[in-house]
Each structure stands twice: as C-alpha cells, then as structure tokens.
Write a protein that binds this ligand. Structure first.
Ligand code: SAM
Ligand code: SF4
Ligand code: SF4
Length: 372
C-alpha cells in the first residue's frame, strides 16, 4: 500500500476524530500572526478580493487600544512572525500601527512585515517606520504607467505612488536603514498589466528596491476585474513578459519571484494526494481589527472561524472550530467551502486552482471546468 494511503488510514481509523486531537498548545514561538489595524482602505482596486467583503460587512473598524493590549499579552509572546496588514490598508491608522510595532519590538518578535499601497505615507511615518523594528515593507504596485496603474489601483495615481516611493527610499537612505528595512514590490499580474512586468523590474532597480514579487492575480467573485484577466487565459503573453522581467532582473542582480511558466505548469500536472498539504491551521492566525480570527489569509468573507472579543486568544486558538478544522485537514474531509476550494490543494494546471476566491458567494465564475 502506498505510504500516503497508509498514513491516511492510520489517521482515520487509529486516531479517529477524538476532540483532543487538533489541540495545539501555546508554547514557544511558533505563530505567524497576520493582523489588520483597520477594516478600511483608501482605494478600491479592481482586482482586490477584499473590497466587496469590506462593503458587505459595512466595516470601518479600527483596532482598539484594548485589543492591541490583549494581542500584546496573549498572542505576541508565541509569535515569531507578525504581518501587520492582511485584507485592508495599514497606513489608514498609523498610530495603531505604531502601537503594534512597538509591542512586537518589546516582545522580540523576530520578523515583522507589512504590505501597503504606500499612498498615505508621510515623511514622519516613513522616518518612524525606519526605527520601528519592521524588517520588510511590501509596496503593492500593479502597473508601471499611469494608465495601467490606475486601471487596477482605482482611486490612486501612479504619480502619487512614485512620489511616495521616492520619499520612502530617500528617508531610508538618509537614515542608513537599507540593511535593517527591506523594500519589496508586490505586483499582481493579469492580462492587462503583465506586459509591464519588465518595467516594474526597471522601476525597482531605479529605486533601490531589494526584491520584486510578480504574483498572479486571482479572480474573486465580487470584484469588477473581468474573468479573462486571469493569466491562465493568456499563457504565452505571461511567459514572454516574465522572461523579459527575469532577464532584466538577472542582469542587475535583483531578487525576483515570478510564477512558473506555462511549460513548468504543464510539466507539474500530476494528481495530488487526498491529503491536503495545508498546515496553516497549526501555525497561522489572521486576526481582524474586530478580533475575528481566520486560519489563513486565503479564507475571508463573513465566515470567520473564531473570535477573541469574548474569550482569551488561547481558548479561540484551541476552540472547537480550530480543532475541528485541524482534524479535518488530517483526514482530508474538509467541510468549509473556503478550504474545499482553496488553491493550496490544486496544481496550477488544474482549473480548480483558479477558482479559489469563488467561495464568498459560491458562484462558478469561470464556468464549468474553467481554463484547460
Ligand atoms: C489586500 S492588500 C492589503 C494591503 C494594502 N492595502 C495593499 O494593497 O498592499 C494585500 C495584497 O493582496 C493583493 N491582492 C488583492 N487582491 C488580490 C487578488 N485577487 N489576487 C492576488 N492578490 C491580491 C494586493 O495586491 C496586495 O499586494
Ligand atoms: S489591494 Fe490593498 S489598496 Fe487595493 S483595495 Fe485592496 S486593500 Fe485596498
Ligand atoms: S485550505 Fe486554504 S483556506 Fe483552508 S486553511 Fe488552508 S490555506 Fe486557508
């Protein structure tokens, strides 16, 4: 019998679904915590999987000082990595962001990062960030021209982005902080902007950016982005653009992450085992400004897993919902639609991979089996 099947059988039959299973003690520094300081944003990006959810929830919340105090005492002592933005924009509430950064510093969290659209940056915020203990700032930028940037980043302008980027780079240089605070570009690539991948790399090189991530945009069912924007519908275009970006980055020794080429995707098209491969519920907690808890940043919408408003984090972390999810992961019997449809289970050559954000309303956006 193949090893994987033997493991599955062992988990199903010997351990069964005992409630004690799935318990993960809060001990040591094992947690990766993702937090939002606010449920707000200054933009309404056309691809953003979270805009519709934000409106749907009428969210406008800012994390309370009390919640920050509780995260400080109940979560950060076990945290090795804290990411201070997840679904929304961290710079809409800078004073709360700095309270969290200070707590991370005092608790000696070893890696702290955040992702921002950068447009609300001020000179003071940039200076304070350089001495805050943050290790990595991801600037989201999805176009290297005014037209393309604004097509995706609705409500922002490329001119504003460049101004704020130059501000951040200047302050980092003046404060001699390049070794301490790394800058990365995070670029969501789709049909209408992938031709600017090389220009984004050039922009990074010109602005002392340390690292560029070209990632694929996924289609959520509640956003204006057209379905045929997905790169799975224009593989040759993506291959060509990524190859040019790679060549330029290599010439300048820039660290670049790109999605696999269509040939690599085809070559990796092997069936995956029933076993789910997802370990997030064992070490990842996404905590919203209201204290709601998700098991990862792929899972969102109003279907939260747990909450820490009415109970200590420790209780939530090992509450029924988390333990059930972990048991389900072990036995490959996922009951939550968010987890069933999630990209982590599928090979990129599998049409189901591209449907990962369908679960908010459960619509079949790509129709039938989707791209071949
Ligand atoms: C939700 S934003 C929150 C932080 C901040 N507002 C920003 O834009 O950087 C975090 C990252 O998720 C990315 N993102 C949003 N929707 C996405 C999608 N449908 N597919 C892939 N990445 C997405 C954004 O481009 C951004 O880099
Ligand atoms: S991607 Fe970021 S900036 Fe754009 S709408 Fe979403 S949270 Fe806001
Ligand atoms: S299966 Fe997907 S949605 Fe579920 S916990 Fe893992 S990464 Fe998150």
């Amino acid at each position: 019998m193949p090893l994987r099947e033997t493991i599955d059988r062992y988990l199903d039959t010997v351990q069964g679904a005992s409630p004690a299973r799935g318990f993960v003690p809060l001990q040591g520094r094992f947690l990766w915590v993702m937090l939002d300081v606010a449920e707000r944003c200054n933009l309404e990006c056309s691809h953003c999987a979270f805009v519709g959810w934000r409106n749907e929830m009428e969210a406008n919340e800012i994390i309370s000082e009390e919640m920050i105090g509780r995260i400080d005492r109940e979560v950060l002592p076990y945290t090795s990595r804290a990411t201070l933005s997840t679904f929304h924009e961290p710079l809409v509430a800078p004073s709360r962001l700095f309270m969290l950064l200070e707590a991370c510093r005092r608790r000696q969290v070893s890696f702290v990062d955040m992702t921002t659209n950068g447009l609300l940056l001020t000179e003071k915020v940039a200076r304070d960030l350089m001495v805050s203990g943050i290790n990595l700032i991801n600037f989201s930028v999805d176009g290297a021209s005014e037209q393309t940037y604004q097509h995706v980043r609705v409500g922002g302008t490329f001119a504003q982005f460049k101004e704020k980027l130059e501000l951040a780079v200047r302050i980092r240089r003046e404060m001699g902080a390049r070794e301490k605070v790394r800058f990365r570009f995070t670029c969501c690539m789709m049909r209408s902007n992938v031709h600017e991948a090389e220009d984004l790399v050039r922009l990074a090189i010109e602005n002392e950016i340390d690292w560029v991530e070209l990632r694929i945009a996924m289609k959520a069912d509640n956003v204006p982005m057209a379905t045929d924007e997905l790169l799975c519908f224009c593989p040759e275009r993506a291959d060509e653009a990524f190859a040019k970006a790679r060549a330029l980055a290599d010439r300048h020794g820039l660290r670049l992450d790109v999605p696999p080429s269509s040939e690599e995707i085809r070559a990796s098209n092997r069936p995956r085992p029933r076993y789910t491969n997802c370990m997030y519920p064992w070490y990842n907690a996404v905590i919203t400004a209201k204290g709601e808890i998700f098991s990862c940043c792929m899972w969102h919408g109003s279907d939260r897993l747990e909450e820490m408003r009415s109970q200590p984090f420790e209780k939530a972390w090992n509450g029924d919902a988390f333990r059930r999810l972990r048991r389900e992961m072990e036995t490959g019997t996922l009951s939550r639609k968010g987890c069933q449809d999630c990209a982590v289970h599928f090979n990129m050559a599998d049409p189901r991979y591209w449907k990962t954000y369908e679960f908010i309303r459960g619509e079949d956006m790509l129709g039938g089996s989707g791209p071949a």
